[in-house]
Write a protein that binds this ligand. Sequence first.
Ligand SMILES: Cc1ncc(COP(=O)(O)O)c(C=O)c1O
Length: 367
Amino acid sequence: MAPLPRPEILTIRAYTPGVSHVEGANRVIKLSSNEGAFGPPPGVAPAVAALTGQFHRYPDADMPALRDAIGNRFGLDPARIVCGAGSDDLIYLLCLIYGGALPDGSPTELIMTAHGFSMYDIAGRLAGCRVVKVPERELTTDVDAILAAVTPATRLVFIANPNNPTGTFIPSTETARLRRGLPEHVLLVLDAAYSEYVDRPDYEPGAALVDAGDNTVMTRTFSKMFGLGGLRLGWAYAPAAITENLNRIRIPFNVSLAAHDAGIAALAERGWVERCRAHNSAERARMTKTLHDAGIGVTPSEGNFVLADFRSTARANGADAYLRARGVIVRSVAGYGLPHCLRITVGTTEENDCLIEALTTFCAAPR
Ligand SMILES: Cc1ncc(COP(=O)(O)O)c(C=O)c1O
């Protein structure tokens, strides 16, 4: 008889990654995974190439140089930074540490928003939590709905700000109100994977709330604007006790030699964030307007992607197929309960031109 997994494992639906290939297409425009439009900064490739000859060496398990570089870049205490193999790694660890069962054996509860990032659901279930999804208001995190869902079993609240796949954000006054309204023993995780793209004065990625107490963690990634998705590098900024717990259970060499040096090189690139953000804001506005003018609903986004609403599943599937036939890959979000929508990453200007041209032609064609 085959070994049986823990029952909660069988309730998990595996993560659906963005598609990368189209059968028969020799040129593909991949706008399906929210990877940075320009790849990594130019200093990254030589930094990784310089490691040739050292691949047999384990990386530094404590990563002081990388944590210092992150701390310097963002004005944070390096002692309270924990790095991981992508921020997904840290999301898993936080759920395993603070989720699980209550002393009476009943599950703890993890609260997330209805269309929140799917890894919270996966990691929460893995940890043995009951995952509670609360309604949003116009696809935006609703602080009151989260607070209303808190029970004595709640231990974790996850929000992505801005959120994937909706692109919406909540301002710092709202994250502060959420923190104030939660019981002190509940860990609030602010996932700021897309924070570098936000162009709003009323936004704060989460560090201020981390510093203000013992119960908030901010997670960040190098996979988006810094273009290192393939190398896997993320980090968390946390209160000292939470840092200690993360370091207690993370695998010793969770960040590879290449990811470590690539991260330091990426942070060293002057003006990278400003240039990428300016491009993204301009192109996101262009995509939003042209798609809207073509009759597609577009949710206002603060990320490097837009959520396009085709008003029906058939129409969204038709648009997806039409784009694929032209080598353009976008992301189905049916698994997020949004089968009438497609999530489209903001690419280079040329890539966005192709996307816009294809979608306006699709919309103009007689049905
Ligand atoms: C909101 C959000 N958080 C976290 C991640 C995970 O990023 P990574 O594990 O590559 O750092 C993603 C990736 O798409 C995301 O959209």
